[in-house]
Design a protein around this ligand. Structure first.
Ligand code: GLN
Ligand code: ZN
Length: 739
């Protein structure tokens, strides 16, 4: 028996973040549209070439995107919100939907399944007419055919997942317009000599309930009339739901499974078999964790699969975009480096596995054991009394005391933590890291930034100040650098959204705090003002979620280790006189498992890890948390259970849905509903912000209501942040007079 290999979701940002640079140059007017497109085409060709050179048999295409692949689909299907229709230039219109324009706010952005990738939510209205405006998949197919002489496999997100992303609950859409655009799309591909196409349906791992028959019918319709083209449906991030029905009845040539995160996929195959006439795409190398594939285990798995089918294509488990491009050029300690495998190394692994099967060639010997433990950390973990994690006294008593001490007015104003990170600041940080400037020079620069930020906040008239986070490149990386048990890469970038990339740290051993993390900058800022300065930490779930995790212990245990380290920091901040401490948990929702059966267990340890951080503080110390860019509507009870005194939460992009959820829940703790969207360069008006406040205080006690933007301001320029915040402070002043 012989197998082939394919991959999908290869990182599109380029080995040196070429996409980021090109986009930012285009947005700032440094390069033309033509130059941007040329750079994009270069990347498309290079990426396909890299994949081909590593010996992969079936090369994917239509994987590139100038901002987001879901937005690309909306654009292809002419799902364009009305407020952008007047923008003539298509590319300008495309970026306006993603980023907002002078007079139209951007579309909502949210997290792609349980990952840290963000997509632009399609706005499907009752009168939306789907039409195939342009065939991007075909364009990329032809680009690669002409330039590399390769016949590639276009990859397209499928109708079920697209509608799921658009939050369409009523799948009658399947019956008409969306079916016809997908059918047209596939037909055009077939007529243009495309031989195979991959349709991604990660939403098929969610509980499908009654949708399953609708999905099968939809696929019957979209594949009617196709003769030669092979359609593969790819699932990932978990195991396929309703395995038996879908596998046997979905009218497609093959189905792809994630065997890394979807452990039940194998169980299902063992139980229900696999249809003879279909191809099984076996996702055996991880698209999400950075650890080398264990060849022995993978070969054993493939051998088991061969008992059920002769048609197997080896692949990655889920999109490779969650990994950096390559481990080459990383200068980590050898004992860690030897364990790692990023996107290009996954390509190598697939080729090794293929040769092992097809030619009987033994894969190289591996030593993958990882033991970086600290007995003291393990002792502390074993001493945690989960039932004692409780703040006393009750919230209302605590809050009253806190507000008395803090002397805050009604509708206190604050920000989320970070202030603009200028090019100069980035350069100074890089110079310091590279040893080009001394610690003293670096420190005095940061202190000056803090000082300036405090002055600006005074001038704007904010009530609770922050130091500005100038010393932090990234809210997770900063902590990972200071804590033990983390490794930091030099060039391990992955796309978070649009041009924004992050470098997830790698947790390889027990985590502990050797030295203070945030004390110096926070205390310096507090020394400059009488107003309270809020200490800002990143929470345990977010640090865990935005890092690569070790595989030898549970997520819960790692989260507890991080929580214990943060708890030490919180106590020291409190001792040093800091009265408000914010623990950011923007990834709290993102970490939620995709399968309902696993959700409770997750929230149990996620909430407890937050409580480990905060439960030892005095009643007078006010604990804030912050969350953004996820759907929080259905987890308000979990947020409440974290027992923070104040939460600031993103709301401006989700158009009031979250407000209704808080109303239904009768939320009665401190809350700052983000009243403007900091991800857009647009300056919000006083009036539009007042409306959000007024809507909110209909059901939230005004004494609990805080006024703040919806996230940190690090990506904005000062000339955008200052006028926006001044308007925001005006809102508070007007509201104080009105109520
Ligand atoms: N404190 C962080 C900041 O202001 C929070 C960022 C986030 O929520 N993503 O940048
Ligand atoms: Zn945020």
């Amino acid at each position: 028996m012989t197998v082939k290999t394919t991959v999908f979701g290869y990182p599109r940002i380029g080995p040196q973040r070429e996409l980021k640079k090109a986009l930012e140059h285009y947005w700032s007017g440094k390069i033309s549209q033509r130059e941007l497109i040329e750079e994009a085409e270069k990347l498309i060709i290079n990426n396909a070439n890299t994949i081909a050179l590593h010996g992969i048999d079936i090369i994917p295409s239509n994987e590139f995107s100038l901002y987001d692949f879901i937005l690309d689909l909306s654009f292809m299907f002419n799902v364009i919100p009305k407020r952008f229709k007047k923008i003539e230039d298509p590319l300008e219109r495309y970026f306006a939907i993603a980023r907002g324009s002078a007079d139209a706010p951007a579309s909502e952005m949210t997290k792609w399944f349980n990952t840290n990738y963000h997509y632009i939510v399609p706005e499907i209205e009752s009168d939306t007419e789907f039409e195939l405006r342009e065939n991007k998949a075909l364009k990329e197919f032809e680009l690669l055919k002409n330039n590399l002489n390769l016949k590639t496999k276009p990859v397209i997100v499928g109708p079920f997942t697209y509608l799921y992303c658009a939050k369409v609950k009523n799948y009658t859409y399947f019956s008409d317009s969306i079916v016809s655009v997908y059918r047209r799309l596939l037909k055009e591909l077939e007529e243009s000599d495309v031989e195979e196409v991959q349709i991604d349906e990660p939403a098929m791992v969610l509980e499908l309930d009654n949708d399953v028959q609708t999905i099968i019918n939809c696929y019957r319709k979209i594949t009617t009339g196709l003769s030669k083209i092979k359609v593969y449906v790819q699932t990932y991030y978990e195991s396929l739901s309703q395995y038996e029905k879908i596998v046997y009845e979905l009218p497609v040539h093959g189905i792809g499974f994630d065997f890394v995160e979807g452990k039940e996929n194998l169980e299902n195959i063992l139980k229900f078999g696999f249809p003879e006439d279909k191809t099984l795409i076996a996702g055996v190398v991880s698209g999400r964790d950075p650890w080398k594939t264990d060849f022995k285990e993978a070969l054993k798995l493939i051998e088991t699969l061969t008992k059920f089918t002769k048609h197997i294509i080896l692949s990655n488990s889920c999109p490779l975009m969650h990994l950096p491009v390559t481990v080459k050029n990383e200068s980590l300690p050898e004992e860690i480096l030897r364990l790692l495998s990023f996107a290009n190394e996954r390509l190598e692994e697939l080729t090794i596995l293929k040769t092992a099967i097809n030619e009987g060639k033994e894969p190289p010997e591996q030593n993958l054991s990882m033991k970086f433990t600290n007995p003291e950390v393990q002792k502390k973990i074993s001493q945690i009394d989960e039932n004692a994690l409780c703040r006393k006294p009750s919230f209302s008593e605590r809050y009253e005391k806190q507000m008395e001490i803090l002397k805050l007015p009604l509708f206190p104003t604050t920000t989320i933590g970070s202030f603009p990170q200028t090019a100069e600041l980035r350069k100074v940080r890089a110079d310091y890291k590279a040893g080009r400037i001394s610690f003293e020079e670096y420190e005095s620069f940061i202190n000056n930034e803090i000082k300036r930020a405090i002055e600006i906040q005074h001038d704007i008239g904010l009530d609770v100040l922050v130091h500005g986070e100038f010393e932090r490149t990234d809210m997770v990386e900063f902590f990972a650098e200071k804590l033990q048990g983390f490794a930091i890469t030099k060039n391990g970038w992955v796309q978070s959204y649009g041009s924004r990339c992050v470098r997830p740290p790698i947790i390889y051993g027990d985590v502990w705090r050797e030295k203070p993390l945030t004390l110096k900058e926070t205390l310096y800022a507090q020394s400059l003002t009488e107003k309270p300065v809020k200490g800002i930490l990143t929470g345990p779930v977010t640090i865990l979620q935005w890092s690569y995790q070790r595989k030898d212990i549970s997520k819960k245990e790692v989260a507890y280790q991080i929580a214990l380290a943060l708890k030490e920091e919180v106590i020291e901040l409190e001792k040093a006189g800091i009265k408000i401490i914010q623990i950011d948990e923007p990834a709290f929702r993102e970490g939620m498992p995709l399968k309902k059966a696993k959700v409770d267990e997750y929230f149990d340890w996620a909430i407890k890890s937050f409580k480990i951080v905060i439960s030892a503080v005095k009643p007078e110390t006010q604990i804030h948390t912050h969350m953004c860019y996820s759907e929080f509507n259905d987890i308000i009870d979990k947020i409440y259970a974290m027992d923070a005194d104040v939460i600031s939460i993103e709301a401006s992009r989700s158009k009031g849905e979250i407000l209704k959820a808080f109303e239904r829940f009768k939320y009665d703790r401190g809350i700052g509903i983000g009243i403007y969207d900091i991800h857009s360069p647009r300056i919000p008006s006083v009036q539009e912000m007042i409306e959000i406040v007024k809507r909110s205080i209909k059901f939230i006690d005004k004494r609990l209501f805080w006024i703040n933007p919806d996230c940190g301001l690090k990506t904005r320029a000062w000339q955008e942040a200052i006028p926006a915040l001044k308007n925001m402070v005006k809102v508070a002043e007007i509201m104080r007079k009105e109520v």
